[in-house]
Design a protein around this ligand. Structure first.
Ligand code: 4AD
Length: 456
């Protein structure tokens, strides 16, 4: 079906006074005395193109006024109101009709209502803008790492080892309910892989192996977590960006994270001005200014120990009490970034007990070289660390935690054969999108959210 993108009609001034063919879905329609107006959107642009039908022209348009129907329109581009292009229709073909019970009517629907129709909500301005921002950010992330000599690798989604050790792995099995097996071991031995397998919570362990060969790598793919957290910022399936850097200590990991975030936000502001203006107007007043501000200053850096002191001295009534050794909750993370620093802030050197086994142990014997990036409005968007590169120390920690070393043989061997200081981080892609759009619920920044108790 030969046609041009509606985005092109807005972008290319040379199209004025020429004939074009566009396709799209009817967003609004108005029938007045001598003319009819149809706003058409094909998803390439946030703005709809106005189709003007002169009733004298003989163009058959009656069926084309129904919201949601899909049309092919041929006509001449003219300069309309405010200098924006419009199309004077010369012929209209209804490709797909749409009945009056079409759920997306003219009024503004709530995000909760739209969540009940993931197959249609992409046709609203909000989701159209979110998905375009998502796409631009993904490309900006690839562009950033490519420009810095990182190799893009794809780590497995099915794995035999739990990276984070939090027991949040979905099990992968081909054996359904069965009472045939004497015990768990026999059951797993008979399963597809001959041992217990699950969906990966992180590509980091394999990412480290790749970095030990290619120096600087990153992964960008889905991670799965069977966390029973029904919150606005948790998904069971989220997209995870995980760089891993060889010959690097914690400060270089932090520097890369800051540089990458600044690069992708700059690219977004430059590439999607209309979408960002839309979010600024409808979802978070002052959003663009806040992002400009963010990328023009250094991010804050504070140790966990100092953050705990700040929280304790804050006089705030937190729901979760603050003590050295506690995990920071969203309310604490937001207080640190919103009230104390008023910007993005890296929190470093957490107590070893609340962090994963692979993190580098600090000389104090109490903390590890971990880092989280906290941002106002969302809380944690990045979690990372320098990795423990010393074989004996790593084995000791894993034994203390009662881990089965046999499942991590390859990982441990990296510490035997030319071990080097290295580190990396994981960025929750959806959390980044929430932060840059002002969307408050993670279910609204991914096409088909998977959350506890809900799949469609
Ligand atoms: O802090 P996390 O658990 O770190 C890791 O997985 C490391 N292996 C990363 C690394 O060093 N390579 O997760 C990293 C980020 C979090 O900061 C958060 O943004 C996101 O992943 N995340 C989630 N996003 C949505 N839903 C969930 N259930 C998430 N769990 C983590």
């Amino acid at each position: 079906m030969k046609h041009i993108d509606i985005k092109e009609v807005f972008a290319d001034k040379a199209l004025v006074n020429t004939k074009v063919t566009v396709c799209g879905w009817v967003r609004t329609a108005r029938n007045s005395k001598n003319v009819a107006f149809i706003e058409l959107n094909d998803g390439t642009s946030l703005k709809h193109i106005q189709i003007v039908v002169d009733k004298e022209s003989g163009v058959d348009f009656e069926d084309a006024l129904k919201l949601g129907s899909s049309l092919k329109v041929e006509g001449t581009v003219v300069e309309g109101r405010g200098g924006l292009p419009e199309i004077n229709a010369e012929s209209i073909t209804v490709i797909g009709t749409c009945p009056a019970e079409y759920p997306l009517q003219k009024k503004r629907h709530t995000l909760e209502f739209l969540r009940t129709m993931p197959h249609l909500r992409g046709r609203t301005n909000t989701f159209n803008a979110v998905m375009r921002v998502r796409s631009v950010l993904a490309q900006a992330i690839h562009e950033y790492f490519r420009s810095k000599n990182f190799v893009y690798v794809n780590t497995p989604l099915i794995t035999g080892s739990d990276c984070e050790g939090a027991g949040e792995m979905f099990q992968v099995t081909t054996i359904g309910y069965s009472t045939e097996y004497k015990n768990e071991q026999e059951y797993y031995e008979n399963d597809f892989f001959g041992r217990k397998a699950g969906l990966s919570v992180s590509g980091q362990l394999e990412g480290e192996m790749a970095a030990m060969a290619m120096g600087k790598i990153y992964t960008f793919g889905p991670s799965f977590r069977a966390e029973n957290s029904n919150t606005p910022k948790h998904l069971a399936e989220f997209w995870h960006v995980e760089p891993e850097i060889a010959f690097a200590e914690l400060p270089e990991v932090i520097e890369t994270a800051e540089d990458m975030i600044k690069h992708v936000i700059r690219t977004l502001l430059d590439t999607c001005p209309n979408e960002m203006k839309f979010f600024d107007e409808h979802f978070e007043k002052g959003l663009i200014e806040r992002l400009e501000e963010l990328i023009s200053h250094d991010f804050g850096v504070v140790t966990y120990t100092e953050a705990i002191r700040l929280l304790k001295e804050s006089g705030e009534n937190f729901v979760y009490p603050v003590e050295w050794g506690c995990d920071l909750q969203t309310e604490h993370e937001r207080y640190i970034s919103e009230k104390v620093f008023k910007k993005a802030v890296f929190v470093t050197d957490y107590p070893k007990e609340i962090k994963s086994f692979y993190m580098k142990q600090n000389p104090d014997g109490k903390t590890v070289a971990a880092v989280d990036l906290l941002v106002p409005g969302v809380g944690e968007i990045i979690g990372g660390s320098e990795r423990e590169a010393d074989y004996d120390k790593l084995v000791a920690t894993m034994q203390e935690r009662g881990m089965n070393l046999d499942l991590y043989t390859d990982y441990l061997e990296l510490r035997k054969y030319g071990s080097v200081p290295h580190g990396g981080f994981g960025l929750g892609f959806e959390r980044l999108i929430m932060y840059v759009t002002g969307m408050q619920n993670i279910r609204d920044v991914i096409l088909f959210p998977r959350t506890v108790g809900s799949i469609r």
